[in-house]
Design a protein around this ligand. Structure first.
Ligand code: 5AD
Ligand code: SF4
Length: 474
């Protein structure tokens, strides 16, 4: 231990020191069990894997059974009011467990932690730790504070943190698909959205660390990575030093695609204002970059888009859709839509419906507008569309989307899809399931010559609105 005290240590010695400290901490926590439950976007699920990794280094083992856990974390989402409500209900169940086991540590991570900060500790008295999305490296410290009988909070946001060096522990993994975070935060100021406040400024992760993580996943048998960011099209990383090299998202896609043709590359989320033709050309150039783009429209009306501060209008969005259709033949497109945004008229809503008619999305996530405290819309505009009107508009677009999902699925009948097998289908272990290049779920009978993690060609014979059904062909 003496070398820890020598001020002028070599790099190696300091690393040895760190390793010793880690070992000591790991021994202290040895066998303590961590349970993490995640809500919200894929980014949140990916963050939970970073948290598990930070704590695994300190001796914590993850468990999928919260009744045996020593530490329970709930990684929360603030995107809509009902997301927060779900989390609160779940938290009540965990705090009941805490009454039975006072040594249990209960923590709130993620976006709600950031939004509500120390208010959480006052409101929910049985919560011990509150940690925002940029402070996960501090978790071992914070758990120590709780072990010493204090409450612990760290909700500092960072301009630099990307957790680039952390190798995530894959939770609930099938060993085939993995999320890889490529950037954090968001600099867009969509007026409805809480994310810039909960996740802070946008920053991109070093591309070499991204490629290294993806290569390692491939070497361990994974066959699909989904590159994650709030707005992947604004990914940008510049090296420092004499010769500055800048990597944009199109470059990054190519770098990851080149790891191996058998590694599928997906990404989410794209932004209509930033998606470039270069990105579309990269998708078209590499067979292993999947032909699937999630391109949230939010509204089909230019006035509403302006109020939402989306920084594009209807024509611009249509132009991007046309570019996708031109550059990538056979590309699936999905979207997000919000109904009943502040002051939206019936005619403006009809323009969202007509956008759906124009694009015929393969898939859509559809929501009623939910005012979030602190956002630009909450400050500037009245949430004045009655609940029944929001719901009626939502019901209308949900029905519309059902039609188009079915239309897109039916169009695949008679075609052969290349499918990456993910495992048994949910309904039967006589069938496998996996996704096509265009991200459609495909079901087909189990066979002797293929297994999960392999690619097969499936002839599509029938479909529902959500799945393609077929048989393997050569
Ligand atoms: N109300 C309703 N939906 C919202 N979204 C984001 N903020 C809100 C809100 N305040 C939706 C958007 C976004 C998706 C992730 O969630 O459609 O693209
Ligand atoms: Fe929810 Fe947005 Fe936070 Fe993801 S970034 S967890 S969607 S609030």
């Amino acid at each position: 231990m003496m070398d820890l005290l020598i001020p002028d240590k070599t790099h190696d010695e300091s690393r040895q020191g760190e390793a010793l400290m880690l070992k000591a901490e790991a021994a202290k926590n040895n066998g303590r069990k961590l349970y993490i439950e995640s809500y919200g976007c894929a980014m949140n699920f990916s963050d939970s894997e970073i948290v598990a990794s930070i704590l695994a280094e300190r001796g914590f083992e993850t468990t999928s059974d919260y009744s045996v856990a020593d530490v329970i974390f709930i990684n929360t989402c603030s995107i809509r009011e009902n997301a927060e409500q779900r989390v609160r209900n779940r938290l009540k169940e965990f705090t009941v467990a805490k009454v039975k086991n006072p040594g249990l540590v209960v923590g709130v991570l993620g976006c709600m932690a950031e939004r509500l900060k120390s208010k959480f500790l006052e409101e929910e008295k049985l919560v011990d730790v509150v940690v925002g999305p940029d402070a996960y490296r501090d978790l071992p410290n914070l758990i120590d504070q709780v072990d010493d009988g204090q409450k612990a909070v760290n909700v500092l946001l960072s301009r630099e943190e990307t957790y680039a060096d952390i190798s995530p522990v894959r939770l609930n993994s099938n060993g085939i698909n993995a999320f890889v975070s490529i950037m954090r935060g968001c600099d867009n100021m969509c007026s409805f959205c809480v994310v810039p406040f909960t996740r802070g400024r946008e920053r991109s992760r070093d591309p070499l660390s991204i490629v290294a993580e993806c290569r390692d996943l491939f070497d361990r048998g994974y066959r699909e990575v989904t590159l994650l960011g709030q707005n992947v099209d604004s990914y940008k990383y510049s090296t420092t030093g004499e010769e500055v090299i800048t990597t944009n998202f199109a470059n990054l896609l190519e770098m990851v695609a080149l790891i191996n043709p058998d590694l599928r590359v997906r990404f989410s989320t794209s932004h209509p204002k930033d998606i470039t033709d270069d990105v579309l050309y990269a998708i078209n150039k590499y067979d292993n970059i999947c032909n699937y783009i999630h391109l949230p429209v939010q509204s089909g009306n230019s006035r509403i888009l302006d109020l939402m501060n989306r920084t594009y209008d209807r024509e611009w969005y249509i132009n991007r859709i046309d570019a996708i259709r031109r550059i990538i033949p056979d590309c699936a497109i999905s979207t997000d839509v919000i109904t009943g945004f502040c002051s939206e008229t019936d005619d403006e809503h009809k323009e969202t419906v007509s956008m759906m008619d124009y694009v015929k999305y393969d898939f859509a996530y559809m929501f009623k507008y939910s005012e979030r405290p602190g956002t630009l819309a909450a400050k500037r505009y009245a949430d004045d569309i009655p609940e029944e009107v929001k719901q009626k508009r939502l019901t209308e677009i949900v029905a519309k989307q059902q039609e188009y999902s079915f239309y897109r699925m039916q169009a695949r009948i008679g075609r052969v899809e290349r499918v990456l097998i993910e495992g048994f289908s949910k309904k039967s272990d006589k069938d496998y399931c996996g996704r096509s290049d265009q991200n459609a779920m495909v079901i087909f009978p189990v066979g002797e010559n293929y297994k999960p993690g392999q690619y097969v060609n499936v002839l599509i014979e029938r479909s529902t609105t959500a799945t393609l059904i077929g048989k393997v062909v050569e």
